[in-house]
Design a protein around this ligand. Sequence first.
Ligand code: GTP
Ligand code: MG
Length: 461
Amino acid sequence: MAGDGRDGSDPGLKGDGAIFPTDRRHASSHHMKVIIAKRVDSGSADTGEIADLAAAAGHEVVGTLTQTRTEDAALHLGEGKADELAALVRDRDAAAVIFDNRLGPYQIYNLGQRLPGDTEVLDRFRLILEIFGQRAETKKAQLQVELAELRYELPRAEAKTSLAKRDERPGFMGLGEYDESREQDIKAQISAIREELDGIEETEAHRREQRRESGFDLVALAGYTNAGKSTLLRRLAADVDIDENEGLHPDLDSTAESENRLFTTLGTTTRRAAMDRLVLVTDTVGFISDLPHWLVESFKSTLDSVYRADLVLLVVDASEPTETMREKLVTAHDTLYERNEAPIVTVLNKTDRVDADELAEKREALSALAPNPVPISAAEGDDVGALLERVEGELPDYERERLVLPMGDGTMSLVSWIHDHARVEDVSYGEQVTVTFAARPAVVEQSRDRAANLTVPAESA
Ligand SMILES: Nc1nc2c(ncn2[C@@H]2O[C@H](COP(=O)(O)OP(=O)(O)OP(=O)(O)O)[C@@H](O)[C@H]2O)c(=O)[nH]1
Ligand SMILES: [Mg+2]
């Protein structure tokens, strides 16, 4: 993939054996028959999202089991429920149970003992990691997944070590070889990956800075997974401009895949928007609720394009029930809250699936979280023009400038520099060259400096 500095023909999961042991990578991409399990303290358990996540990982959901009760320290579920789960696994011939809960290492172990044979026990986070592992195409994404896996594993390795040390649960050692150095190993790997990621992040920050200096405003698409960000990116993009910019911006990508499944997009894709103004739009990884901090930490830099943007378009699926929209908006705001400085415009997407009255009700109900939103249908292209106008309005004003340049050595290259970095309104050639243009204030300033430094031709001296 672009940007990882490696052969683009196979963006798969090869190479760097030291960092990506192939066994683990492949172990996480097999498709299974799974049972979904969920425990809630009160009310009724909603298994919609966890089922979607399982499907996104390629698994087939063959059964669902829920329980409303307080958490059992040993089994997470009540004892009777755990036996019921074992029976369900047997009955449906499932290979794994996926919990939409946070399971402790001991709970996973104890559940494993109750379930038939080699039934795998996964939790929500292990599943999300599995999906990310399948989607990771760039070097950076692979490193992030590896980092998250190690962070997931660390407390478990610590638990194993302490159990083995206390020598209270000899059976626990059957889980894997007991090895105290495993913990140290994981810690060493974590810092090695962290270092490599830091390097990549620096390169990206540098590229972002170059783009800004090139006169581009940076707009980021953010939002819950499956809201329609990639569909909107394709709608906003000016296809013809990609080739022009390719040399200048090596991570520009012509594809931003859309699919009706969770976490279709993992990396970032940047394209120039179809506007007069120089605007680059970046598609990003979707948000999801209830991510543990080690996972968020690992993918934090993926959101840098959001945090460092000039404007954030927060895409919301308006075809969902108001309460779902509210929950997802809250998740999105929580994710953005700490580090985002850019103004946020909420985009109510998929209006083709909502009638006007319903949309008006939703807007009203959500007005505190999403003031003055822009309704669109990215799929149908409805009201995308209004969105572009809004983007134009939210971005800092362009400054107009008219430069009169003496004909000399550097004149033509300055004119072409202005073409690359500004919106040129007029160029007239005579004894002097007059360029009229509009651009970000920083670009105007730079063009003045460059004009002042033009060398005057020798004969006129
Ligand atoms: N009806 C309708 N469907 C849409 C619209 N926009 C997107 N979709 C569909 O919604 C699904 C998700 O769209 P994506 O563009 O992949 O969503 P995303 O936000 O990029 O999702 P992730 O990459 O998973 O975070 C796809 O099936 C799209 O075809 C819309 O305006 N109307
Ligand atoms: Mg996407």
